[in-house]
Ligand binder design. Structure first.
Ligand code: ZN
Length: 200
């Protein structure tokens, strides 16, 4: 039987985010870390009912269950990383327009306050995890999650994410997480992806 899960292709060339995120970082982060989560999950679901479920179904099914922590962690990390690659694009950053811009203003006051809150969440997440822009009810919020945790198991709709595991920035930024976060927010965030998620 073939493995049910595969590593999704990167949405751009591995040199596309240089010099802000190097091809060397992507070779490890995508080629080793993201791939390992896929390989691990395939081993964990082999011969089980889980093998016929979607990634989202597995995440929702295993969330919060101590005896399924390995399944949850690997499935959620596959999902999170695919979402992260799509949250970035070459020549990204800047400000959104239209409905997204209006929601940012309604939820945070203005774009600069949104940027500060997102950066603060990404920098203050203790240890490994993720900072997110989510839609919660009819407003946008900034949330942070630990390790592999995802917002959608709590009913929040993810729009963008920043990976703050050390493996995301250590090759290019060493211990300077704040500089990595500021670079992503100003130059790489993919607002087209966020708008698609908002309207999905
Ligand atoms: Zn990562």
């Amino acid at each position: 039987m073939s493995a049910p899960f595969s590593l999704p292709p990167l949405p751009y060339a591995d040199t596309a985010l240089e010099p802000l995120i190097s091809a060397n970082t992507l070779s490890f982060h995508y080629g080793k870390h993201h791939k390992a989560y896929v390989d691990n999950l395939n081993k964990l679901v082999e011969g089980k009912d889980l093998a016929s479920m979607s990634l989202e179904q597995i995440i929702n099914h295993s969330a919060g269950k101590a005896d399924m922590a390995g399944v949850f962690n690997n499935a959620a990390q596959i999902w999170n990383h695919t979402f992260y690659w799509n949250s970035l694009k070459p020549n990204g950053g800047g400000k959104p327009s239209g409905a997204m811009a209006a929601l940012i203003d309604k939820s945070f006051g203005d774009h600069d306050t949104f940027k500060k809150e997102l950066a603060n969440a990404a920098v203050t997440q203790f240890g490994s995890g993720w900072a997110w822009l989510v839609k919660d009810g009819d407003v946008l919020k900034i949330v942070k999650t630990s390790n592999a945790e995802v917002p959608f198991t709590k009913g929040q709709k993810p729009l963008l994410t920043i990976d703050v595991w050390e493996h995301a920035y250590y090759i290019d930024y060493q211990n300077l997480r704040a500089k990595y976060v500021e670079t992503l927010i100003d130059k790489l965030l993919n607002w087209d992806f966020a708008e698609n998620n908002l309207n999905a």
